[in-house]
Design a protein around this ligand. Structure first.
Ligand SMILES: [Zn+2]
Length: 113
């Protein structure tokens, strides 16, 4: 919930720069390891949007892949959350390079009248 609230705060800042514009679509990028559950987040968004950015706003969530780089052989692999190993050599010694992010990537506005 509080994450959703801070997202609205950021959106409100953008909205201030564009007076008389209405938020239409909000797109966020979420990694599977971010701790954000997309279904729950959408629910929170839809619950809170009316009091903040407006009922017309729609949330889009892009779930990004999990990517790691291997400490042993140095290759990059795309992995699943329950099996984070190097796809080249099978090592567990990997460094996460993508998959835990929560990023506001795009806000689309429409003109109000
Ligand atoms: Zn490896």
């Amino acid at each position: 919930m509080s994450l959703c609230q801070s997202l609205f705060d950021v959106i409100a800042d953008y909205q201030l720069e564009r007076e008389e514009q209405i938020v239409k679509v909000v797109t966020i990028h979420v990694g599977p390891l971010s701790g954000v559950e997309p279904t729950l987040f959408v629910r929170a968004f839809n619950l809170l949007k009316g009091q903040t950015i407006g009922e017309q706003a729609v949330l889009r969530i892009d779930v990004s892949p999990i990517k790691v780089v291997c400490k042993l052989c140095g290759s990059e692999s795309e992995v699943s959350a329950n099996r984070i190993i190097c796809s080249q050599c099978g090592s567990w010694q990997t460094t996460l390079i993508e998959g835990d992010q929560f990023v506001l990537s795009r806000i689309e506005f429409m003109q109000s009248r």
